[in-house]
Design a protein around this ligand. Structure first.
Ligand SMILES: NC(=O)c1ccc[n+]([C@@H]2O[C@H](COP(=O)([O-])OP(=O)(O)OC[C@H]3O[C@@H](n4cnc5c(N)ncnc54)[C@H](OP(=O)(O)O)[C@@H]3O)[C@@H](O)[C@H]2O)c1
Length: 259
């Protein structure tokens, strides 16, 4: 069955102007799903490309999701739409010592990474529950599983997304809603430039993350992208917290702290 038949004709993708979100938009357009794309930068070029190449309808909203007032604007935009899929993807992190960043940056990060997914999930679920079908994907991270020095607030926001997604999976699976948390490790996108880090050596590509997510949707509540990331999380389960933090601190310092 096609994704459009299984879930509905429209998808919302946040953070669609680059990286993993843009790849989700491309994938869903190829599946003939109409799109509501949300992020701050203009997405006119991408929207036209998707309309022309795949014949889908695209609404591009250039909105800052770290502004709670903007979250309310989205409700009106989706009122009449058969929302079948929500991809809670927009997010950013900041690398370095906790005290290096302004508290306003952390506030924006928490609103974007945590409040926006709660708000949008609430809007989308209302529609999905009426027809007893729908899919919601959250972007967790490797650092959602492993508390990460020099990425502390970001790591905490991703643990929030992981816990939120898994809890909702438990609550809504029997009501016909497929919920998945996909957890990438380092992936080649603009994320690392925004975070102020180099992202380390072993980076996967954004389309890998999308493929992993789509393969797992409806089959399991959570998935890690890539075998190395799976091994890292598994290994972490057998080590005492103190030791695991000491090892993570060394690795994270080499990736996230500039000399
Ligand atoms: N890349 C990695 O290594 C990695 C690893 C684990 C998890 N993730 C997660 O994957 C998700 C996607 O990140 P990515 O790797 O694709 O990074 P990216 O290329 O930097 O994309 C981030 C997206 O979020 C949007 N965004 C940022 N701030 C926003 C705001 N205030 N309001 C609305 N949209 C905003 C950006 O668009 P605008 O700038 O146009 O607003 C962009 O489209 C994030 O949740 C991230 O935490 C990434």
């Amino acid at each position: 069955m096609s994704l459009a038949n299984k879930y509905g004709k429209w998808a919302i993708v946040t953070g669609a102007s680059s990286g993993i979100g843009k790849e989700f938009a491309l994938y869903l357009a190829k599946e003939k799903i109409n799109l509501i794309l949300i992020s701050r930068r203009s997405k006119d070029e991408l929207a036209n490309q998707l309309r022309n190449n795949y014949g889908v309808e695209v609404i591009a909203l250039d909105l800052d999701l770290s502004e709670p007032d903007n979250l309310r604007l989205i409700q009106k935009e989706i009122e009449e739409k058969d929302i079948g899929i929500l991809i809670n993807n927009a997010g950013f992190g900041k690398a370095g010592n906790f005290m290096n960043h302004d508290i306003r940056v952390y506030s924006e990060m928490i609103i974007l990474n945590c409040l926006a997914p709660v708000y949008l999930t609430n809007l989308a679920l209302e529609k999905m529950l009426k027809k007893r079908k729908g899919a919601i994907i959250f972007l967790g991270s490797l650092v959602a599983y492993q508390p990460t020095p020099y990425m502390s607030v970001y790591s905490a926001t991703k643990s929030f997304d992981l816990t939120l997604g898994l809890s909702l999976y438990g609550e809504y699976k029997k009501k016909g809603i497929d919920i998945l948390v996909v957890n990438p490790g380092p992936t080649k996108t603009e994320f690392h430039k925004v975070a102020g880090s180099d992202g380390g050596y072993f980076q996967r590509e954004a389309p890998d993350v999308v493929k992993t997510a789509i393969r797992s949707l409806g089959k399991k509540p959570t998935v890690l992208d890539g075998i190395i990331n799976k091994i890292l999380v598994l290994a972490g389960r057998f080590i005492p917290v103190k030791l695991s933090l000491a090892i993570t601190e060394k690795i994270a310092r080499s990736i996230y702290v500039k000399n």
